[in-house]
Design a protein around this ligand. Structure first.
Ligand code: HPA
Length: 252
């Protein structure tokens, strides 16, 4: 099997990878069940790239129902060793305004009840994956370099709060996340990052800020409620920068 230079997992509003040439569907069963969708494997800047829609290609799988284990296991089995996760988030702190792109360096996991380890597989040895730095340093650095090469501004660092969803958070919950030191909030960052570490995949995350998290709009507490139109509109606008960024990443 030919190796895949980079696998990209797309989140809300990101169901196809612009610029992926001659994509071919690739799908494998896994011991954990089926992935959210087949991967699309093609060429980008002369390198082999796979794309997987985390929520399914029609956004049919809710964050707490995603089979994160099958998604990562399949990408690994297809030959991927580096994974770039694209995650749509709400911005909590001022650097993460709607339409910003960022490369977080920490995670706090508030999810519950998700299948969050491969150790549960029959006969698997118990592992205690090292996770002090949850994202791969080299892939993060490459992404930040790609941002400067392509002239795409990226917010560097920050803590990703992974919440259970699928509902959005209350203002009190977001105040707590802010006190905990979180900068952005999303529903899909975990257990994906931890499972990637268990498989020894080099994994990094690019967040796309879709909205201010509840109560964070600097315009004040009475700001309009978050709507899906706002979320998808901002993701679409910000994702216009992705083809240049990913091409620069693949040229390194
Ligand atoms: N909260 C959680 N997840 C999200 C948000 C949010 O405000 N926006 C996009 N994904």
């Amino acid at each position: 099997m030919q190796p895949i230079d980079l696998a990209i997992i797309g989140g809300t509003g990101l169901y196809r990878l612009a610029g992926l040439e001659s994509p071919r569907e690739a799908s494998l069963p896994t011991p954990f069940g089926h992935a959210s969708a087949p991967a699309r494997v093609g060429t980008l800047a002369g390198r082999r790239v796979a794309f997987l829609a985390r929520h399914g290609e029609g956004h049919s799988v809710a964050p707490h129902r995603i089979n994160y284990r099958a998604n990562l296991h399949m990408l690994h089995a297809l030959g991927a060793r580096r994974v770039l996760a694209l995650n749509t988030v709400g911005g909590i702190t001022p650097r993460f305004a709607p339409r910003a792109l960022g490369v977080p360096d920490q995670i706090i996991d508030y999810t519950w009840g998700r299948e969050s380890t491969f150790c549960d597989a029959p006969g698997a040895a118990v592992q205690h994956a090292e996770f002090a730095e949850p994202y791969d340093a080299d892939l993060r650095a490459a992404l930040l370099r790609a941002g400067s090469d392509a002239g795409v501004e990226l917010v560097e660092g920050g803590c990703y709060a992974a919440t259970q969803g699928p509902r959005l958070e209350t203002r009190a919950e977001i105040s707590r996340l802010r006190r905990d030191g979180c900068d952005v909030v999303g529903m899909t960052g975990m257990p994906e990052a931890a499972l990637a570490r268990e498989l020894d995949l080099a994994y990094a995350c690019l967040v796309i800020v879709a909205n201010w998290a509840a109560g964070c709009d600097p315009a004040g507490r009475d700001a309009a409620p978050i709507t899906m139109d706002e979320v998808l509109g901002n993701v679409e606008a910000a994702s216009g920068l992705l083809p240049a960024l990913i091409e620069a990443l693949m040229q390194q």
